[in-house]
Design a binder for this molecule. Structure first.
Ligand code: CO
Length: 160
C-alpha cells in the first residue's frame, strides 16, 4: 500500500530508528508498503522513518536493481565526492553535498541473512543518504549555514 511520505520540517524525521528484531511477516508487509511508496515516486531510495515507522529499514532502487536493507551499518568509508542530492521528504529542491566516495556496508535481507555491499559513486551516495535518515538526519544537515538558509527559503517558496 502506498503510504504518505513525511516532509520536512516534520519532527518525526529526526527520530532515531531502532533495529528490527524479528524477520517476520509484519516486516515483509512493511517492506511491501515501502516498495509501493517508492515506486509511486521518481525517488531512488526510501528509509522507513519517511513513512513514519522508526525502524532501521531502507530500500534502494539503483539501475534496475532493488535492494532491501535491514539494520544496515556502514562499516568503512574512504575518499570524497560531491554529489547532487534531493530527498522525497524535502521535495522540489536539491543541493550539492560532500560524501565519502567508497563505502562498505553490512546489512540483513528480509529473511535475516547477512549481506554486504561494496560500492562507490552514485550508489554509495544513496546508501549514505538513506542511512543518515535512520539516525534522524537529513542531507541538508550537511550544508553550510548559508547554503542551508538559501535552500530553506527556496523550499518554502516551492512548496507553498
Ligand atoms: Co531522503
Amino acid at each position: 500500500m502506498v503510504k504518505k511520505i513525511l516532509t520536512y520540517p516534520n519532527k518525526k524525521l529526526n527520530e532515531v530508528s531502532k533495529d528490527v528484531a524479528e524477520f517476520n511477516e509484519e516486516l515483509h508487509n512493511h517492506l511491501r508498503d515501502m516498495k509501493d511508496t517508492l515506486d509511486s515516486t521518481q525517488g531512488v531510495g526510501l528509509a522507513s522513518i519517511q513513512i513514519g515507522v522508526p525502524l532501521n529499514v531502507l530500500i534502494i532502487k539503483h539501475e534496475g536493481v532493488f535492494i532491501e536493507a535491514i539494520n544496515p551499518v556502514i562499516m568503512a568509508c574512504s575518499g570524497k565526492q560531491t554529489s547532487f542530492e534531493g530527498c522525497l521528504s524535502i521535495p522540489n529542491v536539491n543541493s550539492g553535498v560532500e560524501r565519502a566516495l567508497k563505502i562498505h556496508v553490512e546489512y540483513y535481507d528480509r529473511n535475516g541473512k547477512v549481506k554486504y555491499c561494496n560500492c562507490d559513486d552514485r550508489l554509495s551516495v544513496i546508501w549514505q543518504h538513506e542511512t543518515e535518515h535512520l539516525k534522524g538526519g537529513l542531507y541538508i544537515d550537511n550544508l553550510s549555514k548559508t547554503k542551508r538558509k538559501k535552500l530553506e527559503s527556496i523550499y518554502k517558496k516551492a512548496n507553498k
